[in-house]
Design a protein around this ligand. Structure first.
Ligand code: PMP
Length: 456
C-alpha cells in the first residue's frame, strides 16, 4: 500500500478541525471554538460511535459476516452505519420518522440500505413509532444486529475514546466549557465524561430545543409534555439510557427560529457549511456566554453538514412558510400575557386541597402551577382534584403535593405564538418562565382570546 494512503475510509474518521469563530460571538467575552464534526467521512460525528457500536457487536458475536444492521435513526447514525457496512460487507435496514429531510433518506438509499419511514406524531411506545418498528424488524430479521443507539453503551463510549481525547489534545487542556446538542446524549456524555476526568472544572452545557423533554426535566425534575419542532437530531420525547443528565452543569433552551437563523449565519459569516443542530448548539453557546460573561474557552460541537437541509433551512420559501424568516406578525408569548392579569396564581405543595380549590374558584381558573421556594415543581388541575376527591380516601385537608402533575409545557416570553397552538393541543397549559421565575400561564382559551382580539 502507498505510504500516504489509508486502508479504508473508516481510518479517516475523526481528526476533525477545531476552528475559532471569528464573527459570531464577537459581542461575548468568551472565545468560542467549533469542532467541525460535519467533516467526518460519513458526514457527522456519528461515524465515531457507529464504528464503536459495530466493532463491539463484532467482538461480542452479535454481528457476524454477511449480517444485517438494523437501526432507528434520524439519518446520521444511518449514514455512518451504511458507510461502515459498505466497507465491511453488511446489509442495512433503517427506520426513520417522517419529519426527516428527503435528502437524508436518499443518502441512505444511495449506500444500498433499505429505509422504512414512520409517522413522527405518535407516542414512542405506539407500535407505529419508529422505535417500535425498528425493534420489530430487528426481531424478525435473521443474523441481524440492532444497533439501538439510544440504549447502546458503545454510543457514549465512542465519544469517550475518540472525541474526548481528541479535543483534550487540540485544546491543550485549555477548554473551559464543552457545549453540544442533546439527542441520544452520546456526544455530551462520552466527550463530557472524558473531559471532566482530565479537568473536573470543565463545564458541560447541553442544548435542547423547545418541545423536548430534557430542559424541564433538568430544571424542575418533571417530565412535561413534549411537542413537535423542526430542528433535526436533537431533543427527545423519552429518556435514552445513553444520556447521563447528572453530568450536565447547565442546559440551555433554543427554539427553531434561532437554531435556523444561527445555522445560516454560520454558513454565511463563518464559511462553516453546517446543519440545523450546529446552529442550535452555537445559539445555545452564545446564550450561555451572554449569561456568564466570563472570559473563557467554549468549545461547541458541530454535528453535521448543510447539504441535507438545502430544501429546508437554506430554502427561503420553506423558512418563510414556517415563519422563521419574516415575522408572521402573530407576536410572542409576552404579547398574550399582556392581555391577562399580571399576578400569577400559584400554590405550594404543602397547601391544603381545600385552599387550592378555593383559590381556583376565587380566580375562575381550572389549573395552576405549584411553586416551592420560587421553583416550579409542577401543576395541579381541577380534574386531578376531582379524581382525588371522588376516590374518597383523602380529605380536603391533605396537602396537594401528591397531586402535582406534569401535563404542561414551559415556554419563555420570547416564544412565538405559532408554537403555542401545537403545544396546547398536547399540554393542558403553557407555563411561562423567564429564567426560573414564573411570569404567566397560558391556556387554550387565553390563546383563542388573543387571536380573536387580533382578528377583530
Ligand atoms: N445533531 C444531529 C444532526 C444528530 O443527528 C444528532 C444525533 N441524534 C445530534 C445532533 C445529537 O447527538 P447525540 O445523539 O450524541 O446526543
Amino acid at each position: 500500500m502507498m505510504t500516504g494512503a489509508k486502508p479504508s475510509i473508516l481510518e479517516a474518521i475523526g481528526g476533525t478541525p477545531l476552528v475559532k469563530l471569528r464573527r459570531l460571538g464577537a459581542d461575548v467575552e468568551a472565545d468560542i471554538y467549533v469542532k467541525c464534526e460535519y467533516l467526518n467521512p460519513g458526514g457527522s460525528m456519528k461515524d465515531r460511535m457507529a464504528l464503536r457500536m459495530v466493532e463491539a457487536a463484532e467482538r461480542s458475536g452479535q454481528l457476524r459476516p454477511g449480517g444485517t444492521i438494523v437501526e432507528a435513526t434520524s439519518g446520521n447514525t444511518g449514514a455512518a452505519l451504511a458507510m461502515i457496512a459498505a466497507v465491511r460487507g453488511y446489509q442495512c435496514i433503517f427506520v426513520m420518522p417522517d419529519k426527516m429531510s428527503q435528502e437524508k433518506i436518499a443518502a441512505l438509499r444511495a449506500f444500498g440500505a433499505r429505509v422504512v419511514v414512520c409517522p413522527t406524531a405518535v407516542e414512542p411506545d405506539d407500535p407505529r413509532s419508529y422505535y417500535s418498528v425498528a425493534r420489530r424488524i430487528a426481531a424478525e430479521t435473521p443474523n441481524c444486529f440492532y444497533a439501538n443507539q439510544y440504549h447502546n453503551p458503545a454510543n457514549p463510549e465512542g465519544h469517550y475514546v475518540s472525541t474526548g481525547p481528541e479535543l483534550w489534545e487540540q485544546t491543550g487542556g485549555e477548554i473551559d466549557v464543552f457545549c453540544a446538542g442533546l439527542g441520544t446524549g452520546g456526544t455530551i456524555t462520552g466527550t463530557g465524561r472524558y473531559l471532566k476526568e482530565r479537568k473536573p472544572a470543565v463545564q458541560l452545557v447541553g442544548v435542547d430545543p423547545v418541545g423536548s423533554l430534557y430542559y424541564d426535566y433538568v430544571k424542575t425534575g418533571r417530565v412535561t409534555k413534549p411537542f413537535t419542532y423542526k430542528v433535526e437530531g436533537i431533543g427527545e420525547d423519552f429518556f435514552p439510557s445513553t444520556i447521563d443528565l447528572k453530568l450536565l452543569d447547565e442546559i440551555v433552551r433554543v427554539d427553531d427560529r434561532e437554531c435556523f437563523l444561527t445555522t445560516r449565519d454560520l454558513v454565511r459569516l463563518e464559511g462553516l457549511y453546517v446543519g440545523g443542530s450546529s446552529g442550535a448548539a452555537v445559539a445555545g453557546a452564545l446564550k450561555y456566554a451572554r449569561q456568564t460573561r466570563r472570559k473563557e474557552n467554549i468549545v461547541v460541537l458541530l454535528p453535521d453538514g448543510a447539504s441535507k437541509y438545502l430544501s429546508k433551512i437554506f430554502n427561503d420559501d420553506w423558512m418563510r412558510e414556517n415563519g422563521f424568516l419574516d415575522d408572521t406578525g402573530l407576536g410572542v408569548v409576552a404579547d398574550v400575557l399582556r392581555l391577562k392579569p399580571a399576578e400569577v396564581i400559584t400554590a405550594r405543595s404543602t397547601d391544603r386541597v381545600r385552599d387550592v380549590i378555593a383559590r381556583m374558584k376565587a380566580h375562575g381558573i381550572s389549573q395552576l402551577p405549584v411553586v416551592d421556594d420560587g421553583k416550579l415543581i409542577g401543576a395541579v388541575a381541577e380534574v386531578d382534584l376531582l379524581r382525588y376527591l371522588v376516590s374518597g380516601e383523602q380529605s380536603l385537608d391533605s396537602p396537594v403535593g401528591p397531586l402535582v402533575e406534569s401535563e404542561y409545557a414551559t415556554v419563555s416570553p420570547q416564544t412565538k405564538v405559532e408554537l403555542l397552538q401545537g403545544l396546547l393541543a398536547d399540554a393542558r397549559m403553557a407555563i411561562v418562565l423567564d429564567g426560573e421565575q414564573i411570569v404567566g400561564v397560558i391556556t387554550k382559551i387565553d390563546l383563542i382570546d388573543y387571536l380573536a382580539r387580533r382578528a377583530s
